[in-house]
Design a protein around this ligand. Structure first.
Ligand SMILES: [Fe+2]
Ligand SMILES: [Fe+2]
Length: 286
């Protein structure tokens, strides 16, 4: 991998100065008004709010861990990267939380609330584990858990979510796309920083590989539940609103309506596994 420039100056130029204004222009073209069909259809509204709750929970976890990583960063380069990731995650949390607020307001819920019921016990265990590692002060272990395992397994899902929401809430679809671009950067630069700071041999190396392996198993359990739950929910709302989802693609060139529920689940898991294996191989942690 080419050495990435992780200076704040480079990130400011590339992301806040160029990437965000371009995305804001695209979002303005679509318009932030919530499509009326979401409030008119109770099942659609519920899936919308539940999915946005999960986005907000994931982004909050990433925000809190990457913020804590700035305290333990062993070099300026690692500290600058953790700092810019913290701001990216803060922005992600805000955009998804604001969209959740729009969705709640449309059905007369004035004070938006994240539906905590969607936070499953395996997800709670994973996040508590991240907190413990950060509190202990191990920069590289916490970075591996957050950027390579948590984000590395979650970010392929953003591409599916972007396509699922495109015909219903194109504004949300664009927000997901925008976060996906950042997450891709967090994973790739995370691999580079982890490679620099991971112990190269001995018990430290073996311990990091074990930590990564165990965390990946736990995240598999997390995604086992969420993939099944959300594919099922999307499957039922797409059947309820056939016209709306008529052109919705599961993967480019393949319609949701023509893809059986079980195929959707297995394809999503395959893409998570493939991507995750590639990430761990690049980080030498397999
Ligand atoms: Fe994020
Ligand atoms: Fe991220």
């Amino acid at each position: 991998m080419a050495t990435p420039n992780v200076s704040i100056a480079h990130w400011t130029d590339r992301v806040p100065n160029r990437q965000w204004p371009k995305e804001d222009t695209e979002l303005d073209t679509i318009g932030a008004a919530l499509p009326p069909v979401i409030a008119e259809s109770r099942p659609l509204s519920e899936v919308h709010r539940l999915d946005l709750s999960l986005f907000a929970i994931f982004e909050e976890a990433a925000l809190r861990v990457s913020g804590a990583l700035t305290r333990h960063a062993p070099t300026n380069e690692a500290m600058y990267f953790a700092a810019q990731q913290t701001l990216d995650e803060g922005r992600h949390h805000e955009i998804f939380f604001n969209r959740l607020a729009d969705s709640c307001k449309a059905i007369d819920i004035d004070r938006p609330a994240i539906n905590d019921a969607i936070k499953t016990p395996p997800l709670k265990r994973f996040l508590e584990h991240c907190d413990e590692i950060v509190d202990r002060g191990s920069f590289v272990e916490a970075l591996v858990l957050m950027n390579l395992v948590f984000e590395g397994m979650a970010y392929p899902l953003y591409a599916y979510e972007q396509r699922y929401w495109k015909p219903v809430d194109p504004y949300l679809s664009k927000l997901i796309r925008s976060a996906f671009v950042d997450e891709t950067r967090h994973v790739n630069v995370g691999i580079y920083i982890a490679n620099l700071h991971a112990p190269k041999s001995g018990s430290g190396r073996a311990g990091l590989i074990r930590l990564c392996h165990d965390a990946s198993l736990l995240m598999n359990e997390v995604f086992e539940y969420y993939v099944k739950k959300f594919v099922k929910l999307f499957d039922s709302v797409s059947k309820l609103h056939k016209d709306l989802f008529a052109d919705a693609e599961f993967v480019p060139g393949r319609l949701i309506a023509e893809t059986p529920y079980k195929d959707q689940i297995s394809t999503i898991h395959e893409s998570i596994d493939k991507q995750h294996a590639r990430i761990l191989a690049r980080a030498g942690l397999k």
